[in-house]
Write a protein that binds this ligand. Structure first.
Ligand code: PLP
Length: 397
């Protein structure tokens, strides 16, 4: 009989999203007429920007008169060039260091394939759960780096040696972003420990201050140790279209990595579809940039409504400034699932219990601002009403 991958058994069975769906569907069955404020999912809610749709439509038209078969697995030159010109040429990087993929999920899962099974992999706790799951399945040895309220949910380099470390900045779920000196500390640590940093930067377009590096390559020495991953998912509403990219500098101390990623991509992928890559290219046109900025501004407004609303209630929270996420310390003695239930039942709000992101996420819930400002306002009004009538919540805990 075929021997199954034993590591699958180490995966937790109670994945949070199905549990949330069940709770929400039970609530809806009981209360069919009550509208729900969904601050749970990290998916975009605005329609595709017209300039992007237009570019994809004309790419499809083009395909009715000329053939576009398999493209280069590592991505079309027009898109690699556009990304490089707009985002990476300023750091001395070139298009052949940029690889197109179907999104950052795939890239963050796949990076560990380039490292031996003996390699140690670090990630924060709480973490974006995909890094954890992918490395568990691959049988990698994982070290969780506890990141707490006391350190402002900013991860610190560990004392021990690790081979590959995932850093999500701006972070999901905590909404925090590393500033120049904090990221420099990680780069220096990686150089002195001969480690590789996998920087998940999918929320880069939410950065709203010069104090936060727009890319890891703005940090001295990063081109020796850091791979950066970005996606059009959250910056351009591509969650349902699928397109992302990763940067593999040829100057990495492990200089084979660029070549290895190219080889891996050539073996495992037949590339991202032509119309999608044309749509991605359109994100960098003047009109595309303007339309996308309008969308980000709207999500930011929602984040501000949520943050201001929580502040007025004297609540403790992180994020919401350089990220679409707000990480709210629960104002009850119970756990984050209990608070999830309270919010759903009384304020008709869906959140994500922090414990779903790791043990250090317990005691928090995540709110997403990928919603229209009117929804954010409705949720905050419901919350204020509930707090006003419940003594229990009126104190900062
Ligand atoms: N990385 C982080 C931190 C995310 O939060 C998400 C999506 O929520 C992704 C990656 C997935 O990106 P993509 O849609 O490009 O696969």
């Amino acid at each position: 009989m075929a021997v199954l991958n034993p590591h699958f058994q180490k995966l937790k069975t109670d994945y949070i999203f199905p549990v949330i769906e069940k709770k929400v569907s039970d609530f809806k069955k009981k209360n069919p007429s009550i509208p729900i404020f969904n601050l749970g999912v990290g998916d975009v809610s605005l329609p595709l920007a017209p300039k992007i749709a237009e570019a994809m439509q004309s790419a499809i038209e083009e395909m009715t008169v000329s053939t576009h078969g398999y493209g280069p697995p590592e991505g079309q030159d027009f898109l690699r060039n556009a990304i490089c010109k707009e985002q990476y040429a300023q750091y001395g990087l070139s298009p052949d260091e940029i690889f197109i993929s179907d999104g950052t999920n795939s890239d963050t899962c796949a990076i560990q394939e380039l490292f031996d099974t003996s390699c140690t992999v670090g990630m924060t706790d709480p973490t974006y759960p995909v890094y954890y799951g992918a490395n568990i399945i691959a049988g990698k040895k994982i070290y969780l780096l506890p990141t707490t309220k006391e350190q402002g949910f900013i991860p610190k380099p560990p004392k021990q040696r690790l081979d590959l470390v995932y850093i999500c900045t701006p972070a999901n779920p905590t909404g925090t972003a590393l500033n120049f000196s904090e990221l420099q500390e990680w780069v220096d640590w990686a150089i002195s420990h001969e480690a590789i940093l996998c920087i998940d930067n999918v929320y880069s377009s939410f950065i709203s201050s010069d104090e936060i590096p727009p890319s890891v390559y703005a940090i001295a020495g990063a081109n020796k140790v850091a791979i950066e991953m970005r996606s059009f998912s959250k910056s351009a509403g591509f969650t349902g279209l699928r397109c992302g990219y990763s940067v593999w500098p040829k100057t990495l101390e492990l200089s084979q990595l660029n070549e290895m990623w190219l080889k891996r991509t050539n073996i495992k992928s037949n590339g991202v579809s032509y119309p999608i890559q044309r749509g991605a290219e359109a994100c960098f046109s003047d009109e595309g940039k303007k339309q996308l900025q309008e969308q980000i501004t709207l999500y930011r407004q929602s984040a501000k409504i949520l943050s201001d609303g929580l502040e007025k209630l004297d609540q403790i929270f992180f994020g919401g400034k350089h990220s679409p996420y707000i990480w709210w310390k629960i104002p009850i003695d119970g756990n984050s699932w209990e608070f999830f239930d309270i919010l759903l039942e009384n304020c008709h709000m869906i959140t994500i219990p922090g414990s779903g992101f790791g043990a250090c996420g317990e005691g928090f819930v995540r709110l997403s601002s990928f919603i229209k400002p009117t929804i954010a306002k409705g949720a905050i009004d419901a919350l204020h009403h509930y707090f006003a009538t419940n003594q229990l919540f009126s104190q900062r805990i």
